[in-house]
Design a protein around this ligand. Sequence first.
Ligand code: PLP
Length: 315
Amino acid sequence: MFLPPQMQQINSAIAHHANVDLYVLRLDLIHPWVNGNKWFKLKYNLLEAKQKNCPTLLTFGGAYSNHIYATAAAGNLFGFRTIGVIRGEERLPLNPTLSFAVQQGMQLVYLNRETYRQRYTIALREYLRQCFGEVFIIPEGGCNLNGVRGCTEIINTAEFDTICVACGTATTLAGIALSLHEGQRAIAFPVLKNGAFLAQEIDSLLTNYLASGLPVPNNPGSWELVCDYHFGGYAKVNNELLTFTQQFKAAHGIPLDYVYTAKMFYGVMDLLQQGFFAQGVPQRGCRRHRLLLLHTGGLQGNVGMEERLQTFSST
Ligand SMILES: *Cc1c(COP(=O)(O)O)cnc(C)c1O
């Protein structure tokens, strides 16, 4: 049902001049709907729900959330009832993300921003239980230890020197860090403003994971954050990013999503021009630096983003 992710080499003059071989792992192609890193974050959550005989999944997200989209589709695929708790007021007609979720059988409920902020409190949990009965709760973005565990299965090979990933909650980065081999490093590109706070989140995800007794593929390897490519904040775009995304697709045949992967790929191409990647990494032998970028999916969100951009430009 799920395809193994393809590894694709990118022919880029910029990478070539930087003495770097550039590869992309196409997690966006593993399934038409349940794709990218979101499937890896859901996998062990669904397994735990099944083990606990809990037929209903409940999760949280914004109105354009890739995680809501993937949870609705995965729930439908594996026979769970799904409830999506959406941040903000209901807007009709539903945007493409939410209308897909409803088509997949997801029941939507809306919480205003104030209440949504309290989503992990005991009081709100109790309220949700009164409304929906026993439900298996998956945190926003699939950010829990089951999520990290799934992400340890994304890539496990000594072939690359550096692995880059776009970063929201850092669950994916934590999983990658736990599966690095000797001498490899992971670089996370936060897509939100002031992403440096994520270092603490990553530390605590890793500490909690190691304390949990869940399987650890390798010793946690070295990781770092590059916080300069958020383009003004979460889901913010500018013309430079839009142009880059179009040109990248035209040149390499790879579509990128504006919220996550476009920002990371842009950052990587920029850093390549600065000679960033060969620094600070012991070169093994004299071969070229091998750099892997994770395409974590998220393309469903481009439909809604393009609609919004058109509305802005026509008003
Ligand atoms: C959710 C998402 C991310 C961020 O993953 P985290 O584990 O929250 O850091 C990256 N890329 C895409 C396309 C996503 O949808």
